[in-house]
Design a protein around this ligand. Structure first.
Ligand SMILES: Nc1ncnc2c1ncn2[C@@H]1O[C@H](COP(=O)(O)OP(=O)(O)OP(=O)(O)O)[C@@H](O)[C@H]1O
Ligand SMILES: O=P(O)(O)OC[C@H]1O[C@H](OP(=O)(O)OP(=O)(O)O)[C@H](O)[C@@H]1O
Length: 217
């Protein structure tokens, strides 16, 4: 048999929305994938030549960029943060809608006007630095992996850059959105070399693209 294809999916919140989109493109995990007690990280699919791996959202991009997985699904936030040249994101899946924003305390935020240097807590230091650089401000980023919203009230940083969907998390933690950086959706990603050398990867891109187009009608 030819080498199996490896398809990487994030284990977080995109997964539930991604599974029906994947099924329409013919990617269906075996039953063990849904068994919460199963500790496997790699799963068979209904296609004999494809397996799924379930990894953290940021790691989906790393596996695919290095060719350890040929295909994956990940938020555009992760793609922009890494900016891997070996990654190609050909299909917007129209799921995982949210946006990345700068937020600061509702009361008593330090003014940014005239500042040349600020401190920002975020999971996205590269996007954050680029965003503030464009305004002539040097952003010193404190890297956190979650619960960014705690940082201003505890004196870790004056503001945060984080994902916002309903806005409930910001509100319940005394923060307000100041500046929207970019809209986010989940994308199909492929390894560029695999796309060129393996016809099954190109066929998968077409299958996802056909479904995205059908959904948009
Ligand atoms: N509130 C949200 N609404 C919609 N989509 C979101 C929201 N938060 C995150 N996402 C999307 O889901 C992706 C995964 O986010 P999730 O919160 O599940 O991962 P995580 O738990 O932060 O990551 P990790 O797997 O490293 O723990 C993000 O990269 C983003 O594209
Ligand atoms: O605007 P809202 O609808 O409130 O959503 C925003 C929250 O969702 C994400 O976190 P998530 O719930 O995934 O938790 P985590 O970052 O701790 O993994 C994000 O980091 C925000 O904290």
């Amino acid at each position: 048999m030819t080498n199996p294809l490896t398809f990487a999916v994030p284990k977080g919140r995109i997964l539930d929305e991604a599974l029906p989109v994947m099924a329409r493109a013919g990617v269906v995990p075996a039953d063990a994938f849904h068994d919460k007690k199963d500790r496997s990280l790699s799963f068979a699919t209904t296609r004999e030549d494809m397996r799924l791996i379930r990894v953290r959202a940021f790691d989906v991009a790393t596996f695919v960029a290095h060719g350890a997985a040929q295909v994956g699904i990940v938020g555009s936030d992760v793609i922009e943060e890494f900016d891997y040249s070996d990654l190609y994101a050909p299909v917007d899946l129209d799921i995982g809608h949210c946006h990345l924003s700068v937020a600061e305390p509702k009361e008593g935020a330090e003014s940014i006007d005239g500042a040349s240097h600020i401190r920002v807590a975020t999971k996205y230091p590269n996007i954050t630095r680029r965003h503030f650089e464009a305004q002539g401000i040097q952003a010193e980023c404190v890297k956190l992996n979650g619960a960014m919203e705690l940082a201003p009230s505890l004196g870790l940083a004056g503001r945060i850059v984080d994902l916002v969907s309903t806005g409930a998390t910001l509100k319940q933690n005394g923060l307000v959105e100041k500046d929207k950086i970019v809209e986010i959706t989940a994308r199909l990603i492929v390894n560029r070399a695999a796309l060129k050398t393996d016809a099954r990867v190109a066929a998968l891109v077409e299958a996802f693209r056909a479904n995205a187009a059908r959904d948009a009608v």
